[in-house]
Design a protein around this ligand. Structure first.
Ligand SMILES: Cc1cc2nc3c(=O)[nH]c(=O)nc-3n(C[C@H](O)[C@H](O)[C@H](O)COP(=O)(O)OP(=O)(O)OC[C@H]3O[C@@H](n4cnc5c(N)ncnc54)[C@H](O)[C@@H]3O)c2cc1C
Length: 424
């Protein structure tokens, strides 16, 4: 039996009541798991969320909240509350090439109350969602619970075992949802094998300080491209989040060249950040994101469903991983709330979640693959200074084409909404 953890007493995020079983056990307190738990609890489903870490602290796991997620939070009356957390907004990147700058797309043109990507520390976002979920008696959060085994009876998943500070605990559940991320243990235990593609790049993330009195970048994002390098800089309240995109397989070489070489690359490719780059003095200030893209052919078996990164790891192109994980959670809540309450989740219900979410995932992964091979790989291969590619000029001038990338990034190929929701 799982006991509520006392690991987070100061935040009040630990469980409310001791439960031997639950209608839905969600494994993993990332964006997919926390949002699913909140949505199910709101609809009266008893849900237990198990998270292996003792808190929600996340460094460089992505802080992007897309218009789609904002619209969903707005549907349940939480968007304005989220906006009270200190944030910045990104509406479109300004890309610098040798012959000038261009804004290839602009979310500001979208027809939505939230025409921007909200940048909020992921830990604050997850705490916020978990706190809101904690207002429902149906919700229980157990931190420090590392799921190690599935409980299976006659081919049906009936719950999980997890390692906790109190020892091994069992929780029985009508449905187990694996929302435990790109290295999902639940996925492995279920025997699901993701099909992987290998994007041609990796990313190093780092922070640069803001200089006193420096002007804001109007769209919140800046990119510099040339000499086989791509830098991305996202404006945050009191710092810049920097990303250096480089060809896969080059990490050891960069590591050997050290942090001085990284500073030099920044000042050569993005001179306006040369002074900021002086703050990089140690390699440990850089975090590697090994870029991966994969998708499970099957997301479910009797008594079990995987969603979010556990079902599909997204490349960072467009920064859509969090958004897609949350959209999976919304569809799962739409489809499964009633069957969960009735205690009758069928394989057809689980297949319906995969049916609704698999094709948008395929579409965006195809779009990402195109950008990676046609645009990013060629920029990384050319050691010359690069002028603005004609394709980008075309994209930014023809209205039908111009609006497609921001729509894809903001919402994906299909706008996901919470069904049967009346505005609070
Ligand atoms: C360095 C980096 C930068 C990124 N930047 C961006 C970005 O800018 N924008 C964007 O949209 N996406 C970004 N991503 C991707 C994004 O983080 C994921 O797509 C998103 O977090 C997926 O959400 P999720 O809930 O499916 O999984 P996760 O966020 O990975 O959450 C899984 C949770 O499960 C927990 N867990 C794992 N195993 C167990 C277990 N056995 N028992 C209990 N709990 C477990 C983990 O501790 C974790 O909290 C980035 C990823 C990385 C690695």
């Amino acid at each position: 039996m799982i006991q509520p953890s006392t690991a987070m007493p100061e935040s009040g995020l630990h469980g409310i009541a001791l439960r031997p079983e639950t209608q839905c056990c969600v494994v993993g307190g990332g964006p997919a798991g926390t949002v699913l738990a909140l949505l199910l609890a709101r609809r009266g489903v008893r849900v237990t969320l198990l998270e292996m870490h003792k808190d929600f602290d996340r460094e460089f796991r992505g802080d992007t909240i897309h218009p789609s997620t904002m619209e969903i939070l707005d549907q349940i009356g939480l968007a304005d509350k989220l906006l009270e957390i200190p944030h910045t907004k990104v509406s479109g990147p300004t890309l610098q090439f040798a012959n000038g700058v261009i804004t290839p797309f602009d979310l500001g043109r979208l027809k939505t109350r939230f025409p921007y990507i909200l940048m909020v520390p992921q830990s604050r976002f997850l705490e916020f969602i978990a706190e809101e979920a904690g207002k429902y008696p149906e919700f229980q959060l157990v931190m420090h619970a590392n799921v190690t085994q599935l409980i299976e009876e006659q081919g049906v998943v009936r719950g999980v075992q997890s390692a906790t500070p109190e020892g091994t605990q069992e929780l029985r559940a009508g449905l187990v949802v694996g929302a435990d991320g790109r290295f999902s243990h639940v996925r492995r235990l279920a025997g699901f094998e993701p099909v992987k593609t290998s994007p041609p790049m990796d990313v190093l993330w780092f922070r640069l300080p803001k200089l006193p009195g420096e002007p804001q970048i109007s769209s919140g994002a800046f990119g510099a491209i040339g000499q086989g390098r791509i830098f991305v800089l996202l404006e945050r309240n009191d710092y810049w989040q920097g990303g250096f995109v480089f060809p896969k397989g080059m990490y050891q070489e960069l590591r050997a060249q050290g942090v001085e070489a990284m500073r030099r690359r920044i000042s050569e490719t993005a001179p306006r950040f040369a002074q900021h780059a002086e703050a990089l003095t140690d390699w440990s200030q850089l975090t590697l994101l090994s870029v991966e893209s994969s998708r499970c052919p099957l997301w479910h078996k009797p008594g079990l469903l995987v969603i979010g990164d556990a079902a599909h790891v997204m490349s960072p192109v467009g920064g859509v991983g969090i958004n897609y994980a949350i959209q999976d959670a919304v569809v799962a809540a739409n489809v499964l709330s009633e069957p969960l309450k009735a205690g009758r989740v069928t394989d057809a219900d689980l297949a319906e979640v995969q049916r609704q979410r698999e094709w948008p995932t395929r579409v965006i992964q195809a779009f990402q693959a195109f950008m990676q091979t046609r645009v990013i790989a060629s920029a990384l291969q050319s050691q010359q200074a690069r002028n603005i590619p004609w394709q980008l000029r075309l994209l930014s001038r023809i209205p039908v084409l111009r609006d497609l990338p921001p729509r894809m990034i903001a919402f994906g190929p299909k706008r996901v909404r919470l069904e049967k929701e009346s505005n609070p």
